[in-house]
Design a protein around this ligand. Structure first.
Ligand SMILES: [Zn+2]
Length: 414
């Protein structure tokens, strides 16, 4: 994989830029391939997107799909109009393997032994290892892989992402758990948006949305999901998952894609998986351009960083990035959007989001003439600071990894 990524970043250096966000427990690089018409930097007004795969070492399909996607985007830029348009208007970050140590174990072991390579080299399930909004960690402080991804999420203004898994066939959206710990529906304030995002994948996939999708795995009970989507907590409750972390602690909307019942298929089956997922992977990237976006500036045309973007009757705010640019994913409809920033008067504007066209809003905030009211200051705290400064995440005592939650609690870990 490393050889392929380096080769493509050299051959297609105009649009492909390879970087790493740290190393795994066993010192393997955590590679990210960036695909963009201006690689290496954030362009004001251009949304950031990410795909992450193989956080479970034994789930190889997602990793292979992302390697296919990298090759497809590189080879078709400037050739295929749709690919060219996607790459020109989106900064795409692709992480084929979040758990390279687990993958190496899976690839080395024979037959059923690979099942033990789901966690990282310390035996920790990375999709139970993120800070959770309802429960303390059940598997210790964040592992090197988890910590690297948390830092990455907080350092780039990601708008949309998905992580690729397998073991089932469904698009799964937040929340993944709820305060009761029971497996019941746990809606975010953006449930309609997440349902639209999940459906954009399942409906572009030839079988995921079907009531009776073909099922290759006799040993795994088939589950039915209406339209091929499910709320995570309704399916089975997971705490410490990555998708909830993205939504709660950053601007990024993240979902979990289960690409099929198999986890580590024969290489000969991969072209079929690519045929099934190619259109869905591209369609999902295009969703980053839905909703409302624009800039927040002051009266002298200077960008305002970390301005709060609030949509009426929707209790989830996003914040502007360094260039004052912001993106707020929404389903079609009419909205009142209020922008506030420390030291400025707040401003509200209306917009209409169409199914095939995002709304654009520009805000020019006026400086406050009087002393700021006290409540304004505290409200404008960016979640990034909360998460990085909180001792709960930074200095937690290592817990005994044997105290992990009993995996038999899960129906079938995917
Ligand atoms: Zn998984």
């Amino acid at each position: 994989m490393t050889w392929l990524l380096k080769d493509y970043s050299r051959k297609y250096s105009k649009i492909a830029h390879l970087y790493d966000i740290g190393t795994s427990v066993q010192n393997r690089k955590l590679w990210i391939m960036e695909i963009s018409n201006n690689p290496g930097k954030h362009e004001p007004g251009e949304p950031e997107f990410k795909y992450v795969a193989n956080m479970h070492g034994d789930e190889a399909i997602g990793r292979e799909m992302l390697l296919h996607l990298i090759k497809y985007l590189c080879k078709n830029y400037g050739v295929n109009q749709r690919v060219t348009n996607i790459v020109d208007t989106t900064r795409i970050h692709i992480m084929p393997s979040m758990n390279p140590d687990g993958y190496e174990m899976a690839a080395t072991f024979a037959d059923d032994e690979w099942k033990s390579s789901r966690p990282n080299a310390n035996g920790v399930d990375l999709n139970r290892n993120f800070p959770d909004q309802f429960f303390p960690s059940t598997n210790g402080s964040p592992q090197p892989e988890t910590r690297a991804v948390m830092k990455w999420i907080n350092s780039i203004p990601f708008v949309l992402s998905a992580s690729l898994h397998s073991g089932a066939l469904v698009a799964n959206y937040p929340y993944d758990d709820n305060p009761s710990g029971q497996s019941v529906y746990s809606a975010t304030p953006d449930d309609d948006v997440f349902r639209q995002l999940a459906r954009s994948y399942s409906e572009a996939h030839p079988t995921m949305h079907l009531a009776n999708a073909p099922w290759k795995c006799k040993e795994i009970p088939r589950e039915h999901f209406i339209d091929g989507i499910t709320n995570g907590a309704k399916w089975f409750s997971v705490s410490g998952g990555m998708q909830d972390f993205n939504y709660v602690h950053s601007n990024c909307f993240d979902i979990t894609l289960e690409l099929g019942c198999q986890k580590f298929p024969n290489a000969s089956e991969l072209p079929e998986y690519w045929r099934e997922n190619k259109e869905a992977l591209l369609s999902y990237v295009e969703q980053v351009h839905s909703g409302v976006h624009g800039f927040v500036k002051d009266e002298d045309d200077n960008p305002i960083d970390q301005a709060r973007i609030a949509v009426a009757n929707r209790r989830h705010d996003v914040f502007s990035a360094r260039d004052g640019d912001f993106w707020r994913l929404l389903v079609p409809g009419s909205y009142d959007v209020t922008v506030s920033a420390k030291g400025f008067e707040q401003e509200t504007k209306s917009c209409t989001v169409l199914s095939d066209k995002a709304a654009k809003l520009e805000f020019t905030l006026k400086k406050m003439r009087m002393r700021e009211p006290r409540h304004q200051v505290q409200q404008d705290m960016w979640p990034r600071e909360r998460i990085l400064n909180n001792d709960e995440y930074g200095h937690e005592q290592e817990k005994d990894p044997n105290q992990q939650r009993d995996p038999s609690q899960y129906k079938y870990p995917t």
